[in-house]
Design a protein around this ligand. Structure first.
Ligand code: XIL
Length: 379
């Protein structure tokens, strides 16, 4: 399994430039001697899968998947060869994992972990707490009853998968577009502290996983990403364990990406990793490929951008219906988008990544944990 700590620092940080120079020298020599341009020499420096191409800069390239798709061998041959990380499209959500109070079903998640481990792939966890896809029974819970149910759900779920998850989306989609908190049952019943309580519980249940806040429309510097930024800044200042921000990136050819990289950079500078967690791009052809290229180039340019996950990989199975948003078409043919991603990853071989940073737990143990009234309250 490729975990955040299993990639040796020396490999992650190896320089690309000397290799490029060597290739150029050989090509030039070939040209001088034979008069033939040696394109093949240059080609050998290029990885030919998304996972291998991303690995050259210490990053992962993943996809969302689900056991329900695995009966199709065209599907699984791409799944097993192209990606270095998997995430369950639905199988680890609250409604799937705890259909009745205190009754857990981890079958979907377990199958995904097993397949990933058999193929040397990492696993992202998605998602412990979200206003959507809750089991029906949480709608009848108020105040501390909902709080206790949430904490128990996190403890059991993150505990079950402990040691197998590279990073968890602990909390999903808790902000409105204006940067305020979404008025979900979670926010209304538990008040402002519910997000940090979720992170504290996840940290206790799986101290080795990186813990992420994940949301959509964080694709630039805007009111919503400002709100998330302020929360992360506050968490770091108070020692609440948070390691990363997930930028979902459900995009289209109309998306304004003018501050996309700057937004990744400001979170990186703040001291958390960033993950592109659910990338898909409605559209087609060169316009679609250009968006994929822009996102990939932004990630590899930002040291703490740990990797990219696309929300599926073939248009045959996408939650966005007929928007053809993925890098393979419905007949498993690679689209222009695929080549754009692969080329951008290959061009970044040797650049830095934030994946080697420690989970927040280490710093947290030394500072806030002992004194935190929140931890005392939950203990
Ligand atoms: C989607 C799945 O792809 C669908 O199969 C399901 O019906 C609804 O959820 N943001 C998220 C993901 O965080 O969990 C969502 O996944 C897509 C939007």
């Amino acid at each position: 399994m490729i975990s955040s700590t299993s990639v040796p620092r020396s490999r992650r940080r190896r320089a690309r430039r000397p290799l490029r120079a060597a290739v150029a020298t050989v090509a030039t020599a070939g040209l001088a001697v034979t008069g033939i341009v040696m394109f093949s020499t240059t080609a050998t420096a290029q990885a030919d899968t998304l996972g291998a191409a991303a690995e050259q800069s210490g990053r992962y390239f993943g996809t969302a998947t689900e056991a329900g798709y695995w009966g199709d061998s065209q599907y699984t041959s791409i799944l097993d060869s192209e990606f270095s990380s998997l995430v369950a499209e639905n199988g680890m959500k609250w409604d799937a994992t705890e259909p009745n109070p205190g009754e857990f079903n981890f079958d979907g998640g377990d199958q995904l972990v097993e397949r990933a481990q058999a193929n040397g792939q990492a696993v992202r966890g998605h998602t412990l707490v979200w206003h959507a896809q809750q089991p029906g029974w949480t709608a009848g819970l108020y105040g501390d009853d909902l709080r206790n149910a949430m904490i128990n759900h996190i403890t059991e779920t993150a505990g079950h998968f402990a040691g197998q998850i590279s990073s968890w989306d602990v909390v999903n989609e808790a902000f409105e577009e204006d940067g305020s908190r979404r008025q979900s049952n979670l926010q209304i019943e538990m008040g402002d502290t519910w997000i940090e309580e979720a992170f504290v519980a996840a940290d206790a249940a799986d101290p080795d996983a990186k813990l992420c806040y994940n949301d959509y429309n964080l694709d630039g510097i805007n009111a919503k990403s400002d709100g998330v930024y302020a929360m992360v800044e506050d968490f770091l200042a108070r020692g609440v364990p948070i390691d990363c921000v997930g930028i979902q990136s459900h995009l289209s050819t109309e998306s304004d990406l003018s501050t996309y990289q700057a937004n990744l950079q400001r979170f990186s500078d703040l001291g958390v990793d960033v993950h592109i967690t659910e990338l898909d791009v409605g559209g087609s052809g060169t316009a679609q490929a250009d968006v994929y290229r822009t996102v990939t180039e932004a990630c590899v340019a930002v040291e703490r951008c740990a990797g990219i996950t696309t929300w599926g990989f073939t248009d045959a199975y996408s939650w966005r219906g007929d928007e053809t948003p993925l890098p393979w078409d419905a007949n498993y043919q690679k689209k222009e988008a695929y080549t754009a991603i692969l080329d951008a990853l290959n061009a970044a071989a040797g650049s830095n990544t934030g994946q080697g940073s420690e989970p927040a737990t280490a710093a947290y143990e030394q500072t806030a944990r002992r004194e935190s009234p929140l931890v005392a309250q939950l203990a």
